[in-house]
Design a protein around this ligand. Structure first.
Ligand SMILES: C[S@@+](CC[C@H](N)C(=O)[O-])C[C@H]1O[C@@H](n2cnc3c(N)ncnc32)[C@H](O)[C@@H]1O
Length: 492
């Protein structure tokens, strides 16, 4: 019986990261890594064997028994191992002339247990310290690279996260220390239209060498990537570092990067993290129970002093400020935006106790977050921020003043000023022409055209002074930069 016999085909596909590569992409990568007919090629997660079909001397590994059976039938010349790759790699001394493939993209939450432990141990033995937040594909790249003979080559389909994810950094540095050339090719049009994640291509040659630069190139479509990829623009390690080790920034042409750097490095420019703390809002563990409509609160007899107006989602945010008029409007529209906030040491009024003991309350307290805190009904980390910042956005994030002493859920960032700058100055700076580009450069695409800003990313947003005029040529370039980055994240 297959290991995944109880899974539906779709959930099995997700669990295994089993999205098979279009044959022309597999062919292109294999043609690049192979230099002689005798070269022995490894695909560490071969699926139905489409990379293996492109060469004769091939070894494939896959943990999916049904995929392996397909390979045995369709690529009879392949040596094939039905195995978990990291287990298999722990138990072989075989070295290869080249590796190619499309490693599974399984996020750290699912890439867990013994497999992750073995993967991280092998990476560390190879000299790469990937952390526990790594997605599965990065250890696949590192461990496969460590199985190459001197001079060997590697070519992989990789998620576009290679361009921004913090966990990809140690992998990129590892490759630069182990290969004489490394080339990342960004491809804008989707190679896998069925998944939200974009994929890019990774090439490395000269195993055993090292390099202090990485080549980067970008193409609109895979059709533009020739069989032998172009050399790419060299990016020196120091230059990459100055962009927070994010290759994604190099999607911008050099002159636009220079115009942006000029503004973001001005003395009067501050980073958001230098004048504010950006964090997520509270987590209730049972949103429907803790967020009440005014009419419900009245019916239940919940006193006003235990209710605090809250911004539940960025769609609730007005463009400039949440004011008392905003809250009145929510109240009149009977929106469920009043958080039941019961301090841990408060006496619970009878009416509230009845609500806590109701069927809804009995159900709410069984949730994970409620079970883990004492008392279960006191929502922690409820703070009144100076401003709100949307952290998933279409056109771009907005910074909205909090004039009504509202709180916010973890769907929004809470911004607390720290060094004396006023909210109005912060908002003026937020209006600077360079800020939308800074959001694009520091944030990351989420799929579906959305831009996401994690708190650490938001803290790096550059806020130039508004006192200096931006030369119109620089302004045009910055605006063009925003258009380019939006196009890359598929914002229509
Ligand atoms: C993205 S698919 C790629 C398949 C094939 N290389 C292709 O591109 O068409 C990833 C493959 O990794 C396999 N896989 C997932 N986890 C694995 C593991 N730990 N060891 C070996 N194979 C694994 C899945 O079964 C799936 O076939």
């Amino acid at each position: 019986m297959s290991l995944f016999a109880t899974e539906t085909p779709q959930s099995k596909q997700k669990l295994l990261g089993a999205f098979y590569t279009p044959p022309e992409v597999a062919r292109t990568l294999v043609r690049w890594v192979i230099r002689s007919n005798d070269d022995r090629l490894l695909d560490p997660s071969c699926g139905d064997g489409r990379f293996l079909a492109e060469h004769l001397n091939v070894v494939g590994v896959d943990r999916d028994g049904s995929a392996v059976a397909t390979v045995a039938e369709q690529v009879p010349h392949a040596t094939i191992h039905a195995a978990e790759f990291f287990d298999w790699a722990s138990n072989t001394n075989e070295l290869f002339d080249c590796v190619a493939g499309n490693p599974p993209f399984i996020r750290y939450q699912q890439f867990s247990g013994e497999i992750r432990k073995t993967a991280l141990r092998l990476c560390s033995e190879a000299g790469a310290s990937l952390n526990g937040l790594t997605s599965s594909w990065a250890p696949f790249v590192v461990v496969s690279a460590s199985m190459l003979k001197p001079g060997g080559r590697l070519a992989f389909v990789v998620p576009a996260e290679i361009g921004h994810a913090p966990y990809a950094r140690p992998m990129i540095h590892y490759l630069m220390q182990r290969f004489s050339s490394v080339h990342v090719v960004a491809v804008r049009e989707k190679i896998f239209p069925e998944i939200s994640e974009d994929v890019w291509l990774l090439y490395a040659a000269g195993a055993g060498g090292s390099t202090d630069e990485i080549a980067f190139s970008s193409f609109d479509s895979f059709r533009d990537v020739s069989h032998k990829p172009p050399r790419g623009t060299p990016v020196a390690a120091d230059d990459l570092k100055s962009w927070n080790d994010r290759l994604r920034s190099f999607l911008l042409p050099e002159e636009i990067r220079a115009a942006y750097k000029k503004l973001s490095n001005q003395k009067a420019t501050v980073r958001l993290g230098e004048c504010a703390r950006v964090g997520i809002g509270y987590v209730t563990g049972a949103n429907n129970f803790f967020h009440l409509r005014k009419s419900d609160a009245e019916q239940l007899g919940i006193p006003d002093d235990l209710l605090v107006p809250t911004v539940r989602r960025s769609s609730f945010l007005p463009s400039r400020a949440v004011t008392h008029a905003t809250v009145s409007r929510w109240r009149n529209q009977d929106e469920p935006v009043f958080l039941l906030r019961i301090p841990t040491d408060a006496d619970v009024p009878e009416a509230v106790q009845r609500y806590l003991d109701s069927k809804a309350g009995q159900e709410a307290r069984t949730g994970y977050k409620c079970r883990k805190r004492t008392p279960w009904y006191s929502v922690p980390d409820v703070r009144v921020p100076d401003a709100f910042l949307s952290y998933m956005s279409g056109i771009g994030p907005s910074l909205v003043a909090n004039h009504a002493r509202c709180v916010c859920t973890n769907s929004i960032h809470a911004v607390q000023l720290t060094n004396g700058m006023s909210v109005s100055e912060l908002q003026q700076r937020w209006g600077h022409a360079a800020v939308p580009l800074s959001c694009e450069v520091e944030g990351h695409p989420l799929g579906g055209g959305m831009l996401k800003l994690e708190p650490g990313e938001a803290a790096r947003i550059a806020l130039p002074s508004i006192d200096r005029r931006v030369p119109s040529r620089d302004r045009e370039m910055i605006e063009e930069g925003v258009r380019i980055m939006r196009r890359w994240r598929h914002y229509a």
